[in-house]
Design a protein around this ligand. Structure first.
Ligand code: CP
Length: 307
């Protein structure tokens, strides 16, 4: 059974195909509004979410299907000690496809190994978030027209930010990509991502603490929230949480064509006064996420022979 746990589970050509489908959905939404009639999405969220959960649910409803599920671990039998494996086997009896978010790295993979329906990783701990990456890729495609020859700055919590890890993986497959990693020492990109992704694919990258210093080079600035829920102590979080706050004055040296992205939720790291800047793309990412999730649900249900 085909599942999507990691963005690399999708070939570059398949990402192109998902983008084409998403663009067609945007153009001709009525063509798609019965494609998943009588099909059910199980939305299993063991960790809080606004965008991912509601966009998966909106995606299935807009495809003519319906949604079952839960939005917190306490309202499922996992709170009584049931395993992820048994949960996945059980849900396979009720639904056609699963979207799962879980605080533990690897939980959606375990679910996919036990389910008889496709499982989509909707974010696992500090590990991966492939459907946010699909939202990010559609946004980059619509803003820049492609993925080659871009200098992309990732700023903030690069250690725990699963959206960063997934997007770096995805970008590593395109031509002449340059990555600029901007973070405090304690929140640097994990060395396994540097070695296994950037160095293995010969991607040019640099690390710095100064956003101002690198701003003029960037085609895309991907801001991130410091992930409070993954810190071991509150003191460290409080010390690091406001390491980077993007304000209009900091954009003085930025390109006119810069795209400012953020997977959201934002806390303090982008001033609301940036929202009206034409370079701000983060609410476009939110909408693009719904279209790419529609395209992915369609693809996986087709491959599973369910539509
Ligand atoms: N970007 C993202 O994953 O947002 P949510 O946590 O609200 O789903």
């Amino acid at each position: 059974m085909r599942s999507v746990i990691d963005i690399l589970d999708l070939k570059v050509e398949e990402i192109d195909e998902l983008i084409d489908t998403a663009l067609d959905i945007i153009k001709n939404p009525e063509k798609y509004n019965e494609k998943c009639k009588n099909k059910k999405l199980a939305s299993l969220f063991f960790e809080p979410s606004t965008r991912t959960r509601l966009s998966f649910e909106a995606a299935m409803i807009e495809l003519g299907g319906s949604v079952i599920g839960f939005s917190e671990a306490n309202s499922s039998s996992v709170s009584k000690g049931e395993s992820v494996a048994d949960t996945a086997k059980t849900i396979s009896c009720y639904a056609d496809i699963i979207a799962m978010r879980h605080p533990k790295e690897g939980a959606p993979l375990i679910a996919s190994m036990n389910a008889s329906i496709p499982v989509i990783n909707a974010g696992d701990g500090g590990h991966n978030h492939p459907t946010q990456t699909l939202a990010d890729l559609l946004t980059i495609y619509r803003e820049k027209g492609g993925f080659d020859n871009l200098t992309v700055g990732f700023c903030g919590d690069l250690k725990f930010g699963r959206t960063v890890h997934s997007l770096i993986n995805a970008l590593s497959r395109y031509k002449n990509i340059k990555i600029v990693l901007i973070s405090p020492e304690e929140l640097k990109l994990p060395s396994y991502v540097k070695k296994d992704v950037l160095e293995k694919n010969n991607i040019e990258y640099s690390e710095t603490k100064s956003l101002e210093e690198v701003m003029p080079q960037l085609d895309i600035l991907y801001m991130t929230r410091v992930q409070r829920e993954r810190f071991f102590n509150e003191e460290d979080y409080l010390r690091l949480k406001d390491s980077y706050i993007l304000e209009p004055s900091k954009l003085a040296s930025a390109k006119e064509t810069l795209s400012i992205m953020h997977p959201l939720p934002r806390v303090n790291e982008i001033s609301v006064s940036i929202d009206s800047d034409p370079r701000a793309c983060y609410f476009k990412q939110v909408l693009n996420g719904k279209y790419m999730r529609m395209a992915l649900i369609l693809k996986l249900l087709k491959e599973a022979g369910r539509i």
